[in-house]
Design a protein around this ligand. Sequence first.
Ligand SMILES: *[C@@H]1O[C@H](CO)[C@@H](O)[C@H](O)[C@H]1NC(C)=O
Ligand SMILES: *[C@@H]1O[C@H](CO)[C@@H](O)[C@H](O)[C@H]1NC(C)=O
Ligand SMILES: *[C@@H]1O[C@H](CO)[C@@H](O)[C@H](O)[C@H]1NC(C)=O
Length: 293
Amino acid sequence: MDLLFISVLLTALLAGVSAAVTGVPNNVVVPFQQNYHILYGQDHVNVFGENNTVRLSLDQSSGSGFGSYKKFASGLFEMRIKLPPKDTSCIITSFYLTSFGDEFHHDELDFEFYGGNSLPYQLQTNVFANGVGGREQKVALWFDPTADFHDYQILWNQHHVMFSVDGIPIRVFKNNTVLGVDYPWRPMQVEATIWYADWACDVKPDLSKGPYVAEYQSFDIAGCPVDDFNPNGRELCYSPRFWWNTGNRWQLDPHQEQEFQNVRAKHISYDYCRDRARYPVVSPECQPNSSLL
Ligand SMILES: *[C@@H]1O[C@H](CO)[C@@H](O)[C@H](O)[C@H]1NC(C)=O
Ligand SMILES: *[C@@H]1O[C@H](CO)[C@@H](O)[C@H](O)[C@H]1NC(C)=O
Ligand SMILES: *[C@@H]1O[C@H](CO)[C@@H](O)[C@H](O)[C@H]1NC(C)=O
């Protein structure tokens, strides 16, 4: 690399640093268009309010989705979501981070909402690292997610990935590279979609009863942006200058730990770590000493 390139790079990264850090912590209302664009289903996306609320809809003709312009290598990613109030069996509402591109080695952190006729919504999380997923966990939500907006967050730093709902941790995926478990590191973009998965239910919904509408808010992004052309820049994303990388976010505090254990005791409806039929050999990150459990 020549010096000019390095200095341009540093300037850009430092600008990114200050921009991200001043956004602490995100109660600024940022218009949708500042960080996001429509991915597909243009005529099924409605941006309204002061550009601070987005409706994604799905009907027989199409689903829809939006994504961030930038990719990030660490951050605390948040979306406020209100789910479709109808029978959404087979219809999945989502909010996730994905590195996209190389399908065989991609990283991804997912929130996926599965509704159903009479069943309460199940919130599924999954972690892909280096193309390997299959780490589903499901939580039966303890409130009606269709009645109001709730906060769904993904904290991602060098130490762990924490999924939380209204500030309550529901899942932790530790950096267990020391046990030989891959950990997500590829720059990822933020995406949100509503889509039809006909494999996901036994009784198919009557899509003509649509549209099925999910609403999203909170378009500020507390993340460290990285350019695809400079994947090495991600090292700077581990800097303690970003508040989400600092010591008190390396692990759950005692209060969070207590809430997390409560969720695990009462609301987990599926956990790949306990599915011996599917995984006769338990993954290393599921061992008690890995601190996943
Ligand atoms: C919302 O975004 C549109 C498109 O960028 C813009 O034309 C409009 O002025 C914005 N409205 C508000 C209230 O910010
Ligand atoms: C995972 O942890 C190791 C130290 O155990 C660290 O060197 C590495 O950078 C971390 N990986 C990521 C992607 O943060
Ligand atoms: C965790 O426990 C497993 C077996 O229970 C063991 O093989 C592994 O070495 C332990 N890992 C650490 C980091 O202690």
